[in-house]
Design a protein around this ligand. Sequence first.
Ligand SMILES: Cc1cc2nc3c(=O)[nH]c(=O)nc-3n(C[C@H](O)[C@H](O)[C@H](O)COP(=O)(O)O)c2cc1C
Ligand code: SF4
Ligand code: SF4
Length: 423
Amino acid sequence: MADLNIDFAGIKAPNPFWLASAPPTNTSYQVMNAFRSGWGGAVWKTLGQPIVNVSSRYGAIAYKNNKMMGLNNIELITDRSLEVNLKEMKEVKEKFPKHALIASMMFEKKEEWHDCIKRCEDIGVDGFELNYGCPHGMCERGMGSAVGQNPEVCERITSWVTEVATKPVIVKLTPNVTDITKPALAAQRGGANAVSLINTINSVIGINLETMEPNPTVDGFSTHGGYCGPAVKPISLNMVSEIANHPDFHLPISGIGGIETWQDSVEYFLMGATSVQVCTAVMHYGFRIVTDLIEGVNEYLDKNKMKSINDLCGITAKKMRKWEELDLNYKVIAQIDPNKCISCQLCYIACEDGAHQSIELVKDSRIPKIKEDTCVGCNLCSLVCPVESCITMVKVNTGKEKLFWANHPKNPDKTNEKISLKK
Ligand SMILES: Cc1cc2nc3c(=O)[nH]c(=O)nc-3n(C[C@H](O)[C@H](O)[C@H](O)COP(=O)(O)O)c2cc1C
Ligand code: SF4
Ligand code: SF4
């Protein structure tokens, strides 16, 4: 069986599955229960100056069978005192010395950062996570995403921390930026040992049409919140790949955002992460989901004859290219398996009204027919078909050489140089 132990930027843990800084890491009671259930690490709910929370504070988008496809919150950092948090964190570390306990924090002043770092090191935490991500409340006070959105400030505050911390420092990035590589590189310049991403995405989750009030409502009013859960995974995967592929970025990455199943976590590893963090799925289903994460990843590694998470790291990130580096002569077309088709005609409608009019209904046949000469291979019909593997995309041998945009006759800036890409 593969070995799931990790050394993430110097932080050792029995496995790469950590709880993200959020309500599941509010208390020692919860974190110890999580470790007993199998979680390898926990990032404590963000420490900072005293705050007060509002009520209510969560909203969700339900889609089909998932009641929390997307979760939105207007909660702030921990609402318990630093003393109580430190006492409980110490208790956890004493009972679970081999598990990773990370102190998340956000402060305004250098002295506050230094003081909290020292107190956390005194109780034996394994590392720090600097929360530059909260998109509401804290950013209005110059913290959270206000830091993550400004690379200069991100670098400066990171260096305040790294000049005193003796334990590894992870910078947690906000996705509410245009180019995620800028704050990631700033964190690296500031001396960080790793980055984690994403924190939550600016959002308004919805409106109650009876009352016309925004959700979640605080006495009839609301504020924009942070979006997370399964809906955000594609956004985070893209950001993780952008950082992993940046030629100047060399730090380990902890992937966060929409992880619910072992397959989700494998996608993050393939995109370049070497640990993952989970919040919404635990808030939805509890700590027990870690059993599926551990078993699934173990089996996947074994099946692929791999020994550790590091063997998976970044395999798919290397397959991400710029659009102009994709072969324009590669072609697939749709193919319907007549034995699986249930004649629902969803593919026909989708292609007719929403794509390229390349499926026809044939008289006296219940199976629609693909017009192979006009099908552009867009995938839409296979996406809408309700039957698994009924429509597949098959490769067409065009007999043509690879052709990239740089050499395409329609490109006004066409070069005569042939582009050759690494495998
Ligand atoms: C209710 C709630 C509170 C959160 N509080 C914090 C926090 O205090 N510090 C922090 O760094 N991230 C916080 N987060 C963000 C999560 O740690 C995580 O980055 C985000 O939810 C994405 O992961 P997910 O899709 O698994 O939920 C919070 C998220 C939620 C839903
Ligand atoms: S792949 Fe696109 S163009 Fe081809 S049949 Fe399906 S929907 Fe139509
Ligand atoms: S969507 Fe799938 S099942 Fe329905 S008609 Fe098309 S091929 Fe058949």
